[in-house]
Design a protein around this ligand. Structure first.
Ligand code: ADP
Length: 490
């Protein structure tokens, strides 16, 4: 099958979070299962050009209709660790992708509306006719709309669309100007409730809703999150739309790319290990302490890796730092915040804890360091308010790092409490789960994890091994996506 992925991220060249990992990992596995996959991305100034091999111009003169005129674009092509990627670069005064950041600009809706339009024009003008176009998140929500309202009438009538929602919180909003810019026009038509009108704001168009309404299949990134989005406020106002389209909506758990996340071959850790040589994990723990200037003592290391955002339960992350220190554990945090208040808060904490030999807060994005932390830590904490899938607990498993998580979204589908899970026998349990958002709940889970480490290290190791035995590779999820692709083609 010929599949084109269209997204705003693809790891490691463009990665702000899990979306990038998913686009890369899924594409790779789909190819390994015999399909032809291409990826279309924006050409950001700040992406990691060092991860692109053989970049060359693939299509010099792409003219993209925009408002009444046209914007001249170039399309570059190169391989990102074996994946064929096309990067769209517009030449216009708007400088859509020359902002020194991927997201967070006031005109993000226009930037990605343009990207969506340009991606469709590229497919059209370069005569690419994939069997399936797979779009990701709100940034590409207008693509299904454009396919069925415009491009279908220009020879793209056989293409089918799968739309995957990685985070319901960010939906992409805009007014009639979006329609004018993308040549969708006909405001009265698109502002209808059963088209793109936001469910709660009658004067706003909702990109993500457009993606749901127009796509042939809609997925989110875990079965439990699909249920939450449909039946609770986690759908951020789109529950009713999901209810209308429930027949084409499902949840597929993300996978992990075990070529990239693998302690047996990870070039960022000092010594390889696997479940049979778990004792060698201690070498990564020591390297992590050396690197972050933590004292080398007989204590467990608890880690947090992730965006510092309200979604991630930052009040609990903050509490976990001090609780861990109080309970004779060390704490390592690697995270970046886009919101200035949260950023200032953690900067303050970093200064305050600067001289503490048991704690290190690293504020920023650092792929290499993240590998060493996964390998060197004993436990990883994921106290999210909501979590569509969550990759850090799954990466943690692979590195023998026991997760302590809040039981929401994909964390419910992947982590099974050592002491209380009733769905799995004891030998299949792999971590610690708490549910409430108060301090008592997280403390109780941390107490159990730290307690087991101190009082029965052998049993703690056994728990880590049980996590390592789970297969969270892309193998199975890619097969699930292929089933959906086959279904919508038929
Ligand atoms: P989300 O997509 O909501 O950000 P996920 O758990 O799905 O969260 O994916 C997070 C991914 O981003 C993981 O691969 C994690 O290792 C990585 N990551 C998050 N923050 C950082 C950071 N500050 N430095 C390096 N990697 C990070």
């Amino acid at each position: 099958m010929y599949i084109v992925q269209i997204a705003s991220e693809c790891a490691p060249v463009i990665k702000a979070g899990g979306l990038g990992d998913v686009v890369y990992g899924l594409s790779r596995e789909l190819e390994m299962q015999g399909n032809s996959v291409e990826i279309i991305l924006p050409m950001y100034d700040c992406m990691r050009y060092d991860h692109i091999w053989g970049i060359h111009d693939a299509y010099k003169d792409l003219w993209v209709p925009w408002y009444g005129g046209k914007i001249h674009c170039s399309v570059y092509c190169g391989w990102v660790h074996g994946r064929l990627c096309f990067f769209i670069e517009p030449h216009s005064g708007d400088n859509f992708f020359h902002r020194g950041c991927y997201y967070g600009c006031d005109d993000d809706n226009m930037r990605f509306a343009f990207f969506s339009k340009a991606a469709m024009e590229f497919l059209l003008q370069s005569n690419k006719r994939p069997d399936v176009i797979h779009c990701h998140d709100w940034q590409t929500g207008l693509i299904p709309v454009m396919l069925y309202e415009i491009y279908k009438y220009h020879g793209m009538d056989r293409q089918r669309i799968c739309f995957t929602i990685h985070n319901f919180k960010h939906q992409g909003m805009g007014g009639a100007e979006i329609l004018q810019a993308t040549n969708l026009n006909r405001a009265e038509y698109y502002f209808q409730y059963h088209k793109l009108r936001d469910n709660f704001n009658p004067f706003t168009l909702n990109f993500m809703k457009g993606g749901i309404v127009y796509s042939n299949a809609v997925t989110t990134v875990s079965p439990h999150h699909a249920w939450e989005a449909h039946y609770s406020d986690v759908g951020c106002g789109l529950s009713h739309t999901l209810d209308i389209y429930q027949d084409k909506f499902s949840g597929i758990l993300n996978g992990i790319d075990y070529d990239f996340w693998n302690p047996e071959s990870d070039r960022y850790i000092p010594h390889p290990f696997n479940k049979d040589t778990l004792e060698d994990k201690i070498k990564s723990k020591k390297a992590l302490r050396d690197r972050l200037l933590l004292q080398d003592v007989d204590k467990p290391i608890i880690a947090y890796i992730g965006r510092l955002d309200n979604q991630k339960g930052v009040h609990l992350v903050h509490h976990a730092i001090y609780y861990a220190l109080d309970k004779q554990a060390q704490f390592v945090l690697l995270g970046s915040a886009t919101e200035s208040g949260i950023n200032a808060h953690f900067r303050h904490e970093k200064n305050f804890l600067n001289d503490n030999p048991d704690c290190h807060l690293e504020l920023g994005f650092n792929e290499e360091l993240s590998h060493l932390i996964y390998a060197g830590a004993d436990m990883i904490i994921v106290p999210s308010n909501y979590e569509p899938c969550g990759l850090t607990q799954m990466i943690g498993f692979k590195y023998g790092t026991v997760p302590i998580v809040r039981g929401v979204g994909g964390l419910v589908n992947t982590v099974f409490d050592r002491d209380y899970d009733t769905s799995k026998p004891p030998e299949k349990r792999n971590g610690y789960v708490f549910y409430d958002t108060d301090f008592h709940a997280i403390e109780f889970a941390m107490d159990r994890a730290i307690g087991l480490w101190y009082y029965s290290l052998e049993e703690f190791r056994q728990l880590a091994i049980q996590g390592m035995e789970y297969d969270y590779s892309w193998n199975h999820p890619a097969a699930e996506y292929l089933k959906i692709y086959e279904l919508i083609r038929a």
